[in-house]
Write a protein that binds this ligand. Structure first.
Ligand code: HEC
Length: 201
């Protein structure tokens, strides 16, 4: 019985230490971090696209957290400055991701702002990046005989275009691309995080 008490109290102490250091302290530290100056809330369309990003599992291959040069050469890879807490102010849930099968996407909107490229790459990544291992998402597009008024036609290199008809983006594909283009945290972060808390207090 004595050992049982030791075991249980040991487990409780370990759990308490973990909860304080991993939940309580980070919460106290980050609870009133303001948005990084320049960060805009997502629009309705971008939020719908964000849901699509979650639904399609883009998160499983793409992170959204460029790292500090001391941790990884993300800046040299062109993925942008290290992110700060204020960059995620409007992100619920955050989509930091842990896998980097593909590039980090927190600044993809600044890096590749062409809607045509983004739509075509989603339809068939290999049309733009030979040998890409990213899956295509053709079910987010429709192949039509002819485009109707208001349809967003996807321009593709001829060898990837269907033999007949045109490729038209669905609303989901358009929303997803709006979300991707909104991913741009290239504005300076100097005043963000701990520093801006000092500055605004
Ligand atoms: C199985 C892993 C995987 C999944 C799932 C995946 N991607 Fe990718 N993605 C990659 C790889 C690998 C690349 C690099 C090659 C390329 O550009 O096609 C890439 C590249 C990209 C790029 C271009 C990045 C750049 O810096 O040029 C974008 C944008 C992108 N993916 C968006 C998405 C979106 C949106 C989804 C979900 C609909 C998604 N990816 C799902 C692996 C993945």
């Amino acid at each position: 019985m004595e050992n049982g008490v030791k075991l249980i109290s040991g487990a409780l102490v370990t759990l308490a230490i973990a909860t304080v250091s991993l939940v309580v302290l980070p919460y106290l530290q980050l609870q009133d971090v303001p948005p990084t100056p320049g960060l805009k809330p997502y629009t309705e369309v971008e939020l719908r696209g964000r849901q699509e990003y979650i639904k399609q599992g883009c998160l499983y291959c793409h992170s959204q957290q460029p790292r500090d040069p001391r941790q990884a050469p993300d800046d040299q890879r062109g993925w942008g400055r290290p992110s700060v807490a204020g960059d995620y102010y409007y992100d619920r849930p955050h989509l930091l991701g842990t896998m980097r099968t593909g590039p980090d996407l927190l600044n993809i909107g600044a890096r590749q702002s062409s809607v045509d490229w983004q739509l075509g790459h989603l339809y068939q990544p290999r049309a733009y990046v030979p040998g890409s291992i990213m899956p295509g998402y053709p079910y987010l597009f429709e192949i039509k005989e002819a485009a109707a008024p208001g349809d967003r036609i996807v321009t593709l290199p001829p060898e990837f275009a269907p033999a007949r008809g045109v490729v038209v983006a669905t609303q989901a594909a358009e929303d997803l691309v709006s979300y991707l283009l909104s991913l741009d945290r290239t504005f300076p972060a100097l005043a963000a995080g701990a520093d801006s808390r000092r500055a605004t207090n």
